[in-house]
Design a protein around this ligand. Sequence first.
Ligand code: ACO
Length: 334
Amino acid sequence: MGVRIIATGKALPKLRVDNDRIKDFVDTDSEWITSRTGIEARHVAEEETALDISVQAARQAMRGDGIFGAGSLGVGPIDTSDIGLLIFATVTPDMLVPSMGALVKKEMGLENAISFDLNAACSGFIFGTWVAESLMRTAGIKRALVIGSERLSRIVNWEDRGTCILFGDGAGAVILELDPEKPGIIGFHIQNYDDVGDALTCGMSYKTTPFTKETQKRPMYLEMNGTQVFRFAVGAVTEVMEKVLEKTGLKVTDINYFVPHQANIRIISNVAQKFNIPMEKFQVSIENTGNTSAASVPMALDDLLRSGKVKAGDKVMLVGFGGGLSAGAIIMEF
Ligand code: ACO
């Protein structure tokens, strides 16, 4: 019994903010941003809510128009009643209660879905897929929707050139199916790195109570030690890739395509060099999206599948890393 991806979707807010536009807010230049990160533009929600873009991505996946180039014509439209589980990975929900999962379930009429949110920052989609796969197997859930979605523009400090250039908004969705024949997901490796958790933070803002003693420690925007996160990312990605290959008994050359978290092109090329993998095997979508945290991997996977490069039987590795800090890798066969 396997769990495989049968359809994907993605959505970006309409407004595309290129690097030149960022110069209106902070002292930077387009060439610096592109050469240090690979980012040329990001999309920022003006009017769209996180719910809007998430439902748009999920509806595209529900059309079931298929894993392009994978020898499949697509499963065709998926009935809303078929979805038994909805996991919504995010750090930027529109509201805390109801959860984003509950809002999407209601908006899309997924009457049979158990829904909830999951926060593992930029690793959220990898963690969400791990949880979904496990629940599907143990509870016999036939189809599940996993969404990674963010409106990071709301928690970015637009006066800090070290962070505001990096992030963007977007949503990605996949539909997983329990399949008696096809292997689908072959293996996972998930890990937390608590010792460097302070390198990337975003606080919360609460009302004080008549009993409050603590004072607000962290502002409610992203703060990051870029150099530390960069070093962590290269090390953690290397570690989870090695471990998932070891667990599955596969060699790096057995993997046809890699879909890494889109945080910085230099992180991706560093890892490519370490493993001696040609860059053409890596899906790179960062130039037009920036870092979209939990949305980054499912959106990049959607780009890869729609490019028609992935063929039936190909093995694809998804790799995420992010706040917590945390990291994870998944190998799947299409
Ligand atoms: N424009 C122009 N100059 C800048 C900018 C900017 N936007 N930002 C920083 N600089 C300057 C710095 O002030 C510094 O100047 P100085 O030498 O005069 O002090 C110089 O550029 C070098 O700064 P560094 O921070 O050392 O630049 P670096 O090459 O490390 O690049 C970056 C910074 C892009 C943030 C890099 O460290 C990085 O990508 N880190 C990883 C970030 C990441 O992946 N975060 C997310 C991961 S987890 C998640 O996805 C939530």
